[in-house]
Write a protein that binds this ligand. Structure first.
Ligand code: PLP
Length: 503
C-alpha cells in the first residue's frame, strides 16, 4: 500500500486570510486528492504533528482536519496506528474473486502463536508430512468398540432424549461421575462445582474470560501450551511468563512478580506439563496455594496430561489446597480422544456461576449424546484401566523419540526426558533462526512446534516442542532425521550469508 508520507499535498497556496477557514481548505484538498486517486486508498496520512508543521497550523487544527475527513467518510483512524485513507471494497467481480471481503473484515490480527496452532490442525494429516507438532492421542488406542456399544445403548434406552437440550453446565450424570473421581483425587467435591465444556480449551477460555478484563495482569508458565497463552491474551490482559523447570512452575519467580504487579490470574499445568513434561513439587504446590489465598488471585490448573504419568505417579492437584481460588480444568481429550470435545472446569462460588453463564452465551451447552456416552463410559470404571493400558504405548514412543534425537543430533541439543504427556522440549546448544527453521523443515516434510510460539517472551535460545504420541517409532526416526537435515541447512545458510562479501 502506498504511504502518504511519500505523497506531498501542495500546501503552499493556502489562503490564510480568505473567507474559507484553513481547516476547511485542508479538508477540501485532502478530499480532492483522495477523489482524484492521488492519495491511494489504504495509504497512511502524515501524523497530525507533521501536518501541523507543514501547513503552519496548530496541532488541534490538524486533528480537526482529520476528524472532519473521518466524518465525511474519507479516512478512518486506527488507535495506535494512525489515520488511513478509507479503503473501499472493490465491487464483487470475477477478477477480484472474494477479495472484497478483505476490505469488509476487521484487520487480521492473527498472532504467530495462533498461526502455529492453526498449522498444527491443518497439516497434521497431510500426505508426506511428518508432524512432530501434533500431540494428539493415537487413534489406535481409542476405545471405539466400547463407545459404539454405549452409543447404541443410549439410543435404545433413552431415545430422543439423547438429542435434547441440556442446562449450560451439562448432564447431571456426567457431572456426578466426574465429581466421584474429583472426590477421590482432590479436585472437586460435588457435581454442582462442575461445568461441562467443549474440551479443556473452552474451559480455559471461559475461565480466563470470567476472571480477566483488558489491562489486567495474568501469569503463565513459559513455555506453556499455546491455547493457554492465546486464551489469556484474548481477554486483553497483559500476559507475563514465569519459568518452569523440572519441579514445575518456578513459584519463587512468581512471588517476585507478585511484588511488582497486581496479578489477577495464574495459569499452570501442575502435572506432566506441555511442553516440558515436568510436574510441580509438593513444596511449590503448597506455596502456590498459600499465595493464591493470601493475595487473592485465581489459578487455572490445567490437568489434561496429569494422568499420563509414565511411572504412574499421582501428582495431587493445587485445587485440593485452595478450592475457592483454583479453577480446575480437564478433559477426556488426551486420555480417550480429542474429537469427543468433552472437558470440564471445577470451580465454586460466583466464578463458577459466571463460567456457566459464559458457557450458555458461547454455545448453550456441549453435545448431549456425547455427554451421555461419556457418563456411561466413566460409570463402567474403564477410565483407569484404559489409561494404564496406554502408558506403555506412549512410553515406548517417548523413548523412540529420545533415541532418534541421540542418533541424528548428538551433542547438538539438550532435552530432559518428560515424566509424562506427549511432548519433549528440546533446546539446541547453539541458537538459530527459528522461523527459518520452521520454513525449511516444512519444505523438508516435517513439522514441529517452534519455542517462540509457546514462550511469553523472546528468548535467545532456540527451543522446539516435539510431540511423539501420534507417530510410530519409524516415523519418529524419519521425522527427526528430516529435522536434523533442516537444522544443518539453516546453519549452512546462516554461515554463508555472514561470509558473503559486502559490496
Ligand atoms: C496442555 C493442554 N491443555 C489443554 C488442551 C486442550 O485440550 P482439549 O482438546 O480438551 O480442548 C491441550 C491440547 O492440546 C493441551 O495440550
Amino acid at each position: 500500500m502506498a504511504d502518504a508520507m511519500s505523497y506531498k499535498l501542495n500546501l503552499s497556496d493556502l489562503e490564510r486570510d480568505g473567507d474559507v477557514s484553513i481547516t476547511q481548505q485542508l479538508v477540501d484538498r485532502f478530499a480532492a486528492a483522495i477523489d482524484a486517486g492521488e492519495l491511494e486508498r489504504g495509504s497512511k496520512l502524515p501524523p497530525t504533528r507533521e501536518l501541523a508543521a507543514e501547513a503552519g497550523v496548530n496541532h488541534l487544527t490538524a486533528a480537526r482536519v482529520y476528524r472532519k475527513l473521518a466524518e465525511l467518510g474519507y479516512v478512518t483512524a486506527q488507535v495506535g496506528r494512525g489515520t488511513f485513507v478509507r479503503t473501499l471494497a472493490p465491487a464483487g467481480s470475477a477478477s477480484h474473486g472474494d477479495d472484497w471481503q478483505v476490505y469488509a473484515l476487521p484487520p487480521d490480527d492473527t498472532s504467530y502463536s495462533e498461526q502455529v496452532l492453526a498449522d498444527t490442525f491443518s497439516l497434521a494429516n497431510r500426505e508426506g508430512v511428518i508432524s512432530l507438532a501434533t500431540g494428539w492421542p493415537a487413534p489406535s488406542t481409542y476405545p471405539t468398540q466400547e463407545l459404539a456399544r454405549i452409543a447404541a445403548d443410549v439410543f435404545e434406552e433413552i431415545g430422543g432424549e439423547a438429542l435434547s437440550y441440556l442446562p449450560a453446565e451439562g448432564l447431571f450424570d456426567l457431572r456426578e461421575q466426574i465429581a466421584a473421581r474429583g472426590r477421590m483425587y482432590g479436585y472437586a467435591e460435588d457435581a454442582d462445582e462442575l461445568v461441562i465444556t467443549s474440551g479443556a480449551q473452552q474451559a480455559i477460555a471461559l475461565s480466563a474470560r470470567a476472571t480477566l478484563e483488558p489491562g489486567d495482569v495474568a501469569v503463565i508458565e513459559s513455555p506453556t501450551f499455546i491455547g493457554m497463552m492465546t486464551a489469556m491474551r484474548g481477554t486483553g490482559a497483559r500476559v507475563i511468563g514465569v519459568p518452569v523447570d523440572e519441579h514445575g512452575m518456578d513459584v519463587d519467580a512468581l512471588e517476585r512478580l507478585l511484588a511488582r504487579h497486581e496479578v489477577k490470574l495464574v495459569g499452570l499445568q501442575s502435572a506432566c506439563q506441555n511442553p516440558t513434561g515436568s510436574s510441580i513439587s509438593d513444596e511449590r504446590r503448597a506455596r502456590l496455594a498459600e499465595l493464591a489465598v493470601e493475595r487473592n488471585f485465581f489459578i487455572i490448573e490445567d490437568r489434561v496430561y496429569a494422568d499420563m504419568h509414565f511411572d504412574g505417579k499421582l501428582v495431587r492437584p493445587v485445587r485440593e489446597l485452595a478450592p475457592a481460588h483454583v479453577l480446575y480444568v480437564n478433559s477426556l481429550s488426551k486420555v480417550v480422544g480429542g474429537g469427543l470435545r468433552t472437558g470440564w472446569v471445577a470451580a465454586r462460588g460466583p466464578v463458577r456461576d459466571r463460567i456457566a453463564m459464559l458457557k450458555l452465551e458461547a454455545d448453550f451447552h456441549s453435545p448431549t449424546l456425547i455427554q451421555h456416552m461419556a457418563a456411561r463410559w466413566l460409570a463402567t470404571g474403564a477410565y483407569d484401566r484404559h489409561v494404564a493400558g496406554t502408558i506403555p504405548f506412549y512410553r515406548e514412543r517417548r523413548d523412540a523419540l529420545l533415541a532418534a534425537l541421540e542418533r541424528h543430533l548428538p551433542g547438538e541439543y539438550h532435552a530432559d526426558p518428560p515424566e509424562g504427556g506427549h511432548h519433549v522440549w528440546v533446546t539446541l546448544t547453539r541458537p538459530l533462526d527459528e522461523r527459518a527453521l520452521y520454513a525449511e523443515a516444512a519444505r523438508g516434510g516435517v513439522m514441529f512446534t517452534p519455542g517462540g510460539a509457546v514462550t511469553a517472551e523472546r528468548r535467545s535460545q532456540t527451543s522446539l516442542r516435539l510431540s511423539f504420541s501420534l507417530l510410530d517409532p519409524d516415523q519418529l526416526d524419519e521425522g527427526v532425521r528430516r529435522l536434523a537435515r533442516a537444522i544443518r541447512e539453516v546453519r549452512r545458510r546462516a554461515r554463508h550469508s555472514v561470509a558473503a562479501p559486502m559490496s
